[in-house]
Design a protein around this ligand. Structure first.
Ligand code: IMP
Ligand code: MG
Length: 177
């Protein structure tokens, strides 16, 4: 790729903050009296998860998994694998997966299947963003922040070719594919 794309703001940091607060309120209500494990999906969810847990009124256990799907480009390879698996047991536990974006849904379908086999008491998905226009596999998002149009987004932890994760707003870039 020759020239770098210039990100344009789609959701401002204030809109993101409002969405994160709303999600945290729902999660606080639903998990009151439980002792859930939050599993962040690396790398994209790390900023979202860091903000989200600071709005929770309980102290969650935090774990991370990493799945690879896109490689370094912007097109899904359609193949998913777990490159960093769970390090602690989740059998009998209430598990909430924290993700940055559901696009085709392939990553989440694979990941939720991987986690379901470990026999958690409950398994739910929280995603900051959803791009429903691109869905290939049906996915239930139990807690959704923001719905995005069919554009490639970056910022707030989400990358384009490992860049732009540090942007405080969610932006879109025009890509060439
Ligand atoms: P899926 O398996 O197609 O749902 O892809 C999910 C993963 O693809 C996300 O966790 C991201 O890493 C990446 N991805 C999908 N759409 C975007 C986007 O618009 N910007 C950046 N990464 C994306
Ligand atoms: Mg991701």
């Amino acid at each position: 790729m020759g020239s770098h794309p210039k990100p344009q703001i789609l959701f401002s940091r204030e809109e993101i903050e409002a969405a994160v607060t709303t999600l945290a309120t729902k999660i606080n209500n639903d998990y009151r009296g439980k002792n859930p494990i939050l599993i962040g999906v690396l790398k994209g969810a790390f900023v979202f998860m860091a903000d989200l847990i600071r709005h929770l009124d309980f102290s969650p256990e935090v774990e991370f998994v990493r799945a690879s799907s896109y490689g370094r480009g912007t097109e899904s390879l359609g193949k998913v694998k777990i490159v960093h698996g769970l390090r602690s047991p989740i059998e009998g536990r209430d598990v909430l997966v924290i993700d940055d974006i559901v696009d085709t849904g392939r990553t989440q379908a694979y990941l939720l299947d991987y986690l379901r086999k470990k026999r958690p008491a409950s398994l739910k998905l929280c995603s900051l963003t959803d791009k429903p226009s691109r869905r290939k596999v049906p996915i239930t998002i139990d807690y959704l922040g923001l719905t995005v149009p069919n554009k490639f987004i970056v910022g707030y932890g989400i990358d384009w070719d490992e860049k732009f994760r540090n942007l405080p707003d969610i932006c879109f870039v025009e890509t060439e594919d």
